[in-house]
Unconditional design. Structure first.
Length: 99
């Protein structure tokens, strides 16, 4: 099994829609077992700008992470497209053991 973590900014867009929503629909369409979207309370990226997206009155868009786990063969089929659309994010692939 492979775990994939995709780190994005909440405001990232692909085809005029939030990128995280596009990726979740893409994963569903390609029959990935399940995926979760996590929104950070606070964080920073490679530009070292600290984001506080959940503070009241703040319009700052924070970091989000999509996490999913599936068989390596299925992951290898979908990951090239995801890599092609994630320009400033980060994609992490880890081998995991199903117990």
């Amino acid at each position: 099994m492979i775990e994939v973590q995709i780190f994005l900014d909440e405001g990232d867009v692909y085809n005029n829609e939030p990128m995280h929503e596009y990726i979740l629909r893409y994963l569903m369409h390609h029959d990935i077992n399940g995926a979760s979207l996590f929104a950070a309370v606070e964080g920073y990226g490679n530009k070292h700008h600290l984001h506080h997206p959940r503070k009241i009155g703040n319009v700052d868009e924070g970091p989000v992470m999509i996490l999913f786990i599936d068989e390596e063969e299925k992951i290898n089929l979908i990951i090239p497209h995801i890599k092609s659309i994630v320009n400033e994010g980060l994609i992490v692939k880890l081998k995991v053991e199903k117990v």
